[in-house]
Design a protein around this ligand. Structure first.
Ligand SMILES: [Zn+2]
Length: 334
């Protein structure tokens, strides 16, 4: 009898969780992110985005963006990212349910379902536009052999010929959001990101250090198009795929182990979202030997396991930070 009652009770709790989720989703669809963020941050329009000074780190020029259509904010400076609930939690140091209660009882500016639908349709169109640009830059690029791209990889002791999805081209690094005007074209390694069907849906551009004062003294990686769900598919695998953190790591692994099926999602956080072929049962995360890398890899592993994939790890030798350091024999620890 007692057991039965307890069972009934736990089911009620689960239902209320589902109901609570529904309320949260409903609130998120009714209150644009800019309504909540706009009270703490002065936002101005830049193309389809809103931008302002990040409330989570000190800065003089705005790198904090708000995307109402996609219901998130993102800071390119410190990586702060989330929805309205996360914003209130982080700003006011409260829990999830409390953040919801505060927002739900607040008199915030809302938008109508049709205003929201219109914004989402526009955002979708903009995404397709970016995919088209990415495809165009990829198509205009050329094979790596004999280009500055080859020098870039050789400087990292990568001497194997990269597969055709790694190219060299002249591409702009930025686009004016207000006027739509592209910046000047600059030399870059161009990595093609493919979706589940093999179509190019995005690119990662690796600009070379000291080439562009705007980009600074470090090599700079910028993506364009649809990065979520896609990956740089360096070599195919039937049942198993090795996931590397970046193109240099991926190519280093292939040089040490010719024929290995290596894919590179653009960022560890993107690993779980990748559209893996149905035949793939197992993914091996080729991680990096630093604390941030280990945490990110573990997080990705949990999400990948939830997708029903068998997950394991492989790490560079302890003396090296990443796979390219290992290839070059450059120890991070002296
Ligand atoms: Zn920030």
């Amino acid at each position: 009898m007692t057991g039965e009652r307890r069972h009934a009770g736990s089911r009620r709790d689960r239902l209320s969780d589902v109901e609570f989720r529904r309320l949260v989703d409903e609130l998120k669809s009714r209150v644009p992110v800019s309504s909540v963020v706009g009270r703490a941050v002065k936002l101005r329009k830049a193309g389809h985005d809103l931008v302002g000074l990040c409330p989570f780190h000190q800065e003089r020029s705005p790198s904090f963006t708000v995307n109402d259509a996609k219901e998130f904010y993102h800071c390119f400076g410190c990586g702060a990212h989330g929805d309205i609930i996360r914003f209130v939690m982080d700003r006011e140091g409260c829990g999830f349910r409390e953040a919801y209660q505060r927002l739900a009882s607040d008199d915030l500016p809302t938008w109508t379902p049709s205003e929201r639908a219109k914004a989402q349709a526009e955002a979708q169109l903009e995404d397709l536009e970016k995919e088209k640009d990415a495809r165009r830059f990829y198509a205009e690029a050329q094979p790596i052999a004999g280009t500055p791209g080859e020098i870039y990889f050789r400087a990292r002791a990568i001497t194997i010929a990269p597969p055709p999805c790694v190219r060299f081209g002249m591409v702009p690094s930025w686009r004016n959001k207000e006027t739509g005007e592209w910046g000047r074209k600059r030399p870059a390694v161009i990595c093609g990101a493919q979706d589940g069907t093999g179509a190019i849906v995005g690119i990662q551009r690796i600009f070379f250090k000291n080439d562009d004062p705007r980009l600074g003294k470090k090599d700079c990686k910028l993506s364009l198009g649809t990065i979520k769900g896609s990956a740089l598919q360096l070599a195919h695998g039937e049942r198993t795929i090795i996931l590397a953190e970046g193109p240099e790591d991926g190519l280093s692994i292939m040089q040490e182990g010719p024929g290995l099926p290596v894919w590179v999602p653009f960022g560890t956080s993107m690993m779980p979202a990748v559209d893996y072929p149905a035949s793939v049962r197992r993914v091996i995360i080729a991680g990096q030997n630093n604390t941030a890398g280990r945490i990110a890899a573990n997080k990705a592993a949990i999400a990948l396991a939830e997708r029903g994939l068998e997950v394991s790890f492989v790490w560079p030798d302890r003396r090296y930070d990443d796979w390219n350091d290992q290839l070059r024999g450059v120890s991070a620890h002296g």
